[in-house]
Design a protein around this ligand. Sequence first.
Ligand code: E4P
Length: 220
Amino acid sequence: MKIFLDTAEIEEIKTAARWGVLDGVTTNPSLYAKVGGSYDAILADICKITSGPVSAEVIADDVEGMLEQGRHFAKIAPNIVVKVAMSENGLEAISRFANEGIKTNCTLIFSTNQGLLAAKAGASIVSPFVGRLDDINQDGMIIIRELAEIFSLYNIETEVLAASIRNPLHMTQAAMAGSHIATLPFKILQQMVHHPLTDKGIAQFKADWAAAHEAAAGKS
Ligand code: E4P
């Protein structure tokens, strides 16, 4: 499963890239608002750090507006993927982007049928929001599993991206459900790295190493 960071924070993206675990990045207007500045400049900086897909979200409601914004983002770097929210106009924009060879990520997917339609329209990626479904007492992971199965059954090339990941368990569950990609906040990536027994074990090894050296120095 590919791992994307769900952030517009450049330092977080640089860190994950240095760890060798970064396959791409997703941004959205809310994540951009946390950082501020020029969205174009942020996207350009992110695309210099990773050659993987970088999602840039359009905010227009009408098809022509979506196309204009998406074409603009697509010129920033070859790895930009235009993020389009699920809607009737969104489907039309996705279909037209596909005809132009511009990759899209259909976002705000909350049902298997929405994901199926987005794939039919030509989306490269569909993004079911697992955490937001869990928030309303629905098992978001079911959508991930169903879409992964359907795409495999019908040889659909669209990738399933588990979005709105809220904890490390979601990552394991998304991988087990056959998600092609999961995007997560940097904090959850850090949580995946750490385990109390690992940290305790490292401290113990260091203490034993120091004690052994002290003992050896005492003998010589
Ligand atoms: C995905 O591309 C979205 O940006 C993101 O995962 C939404 O997550 P949230 O529900 O935590 O805002």
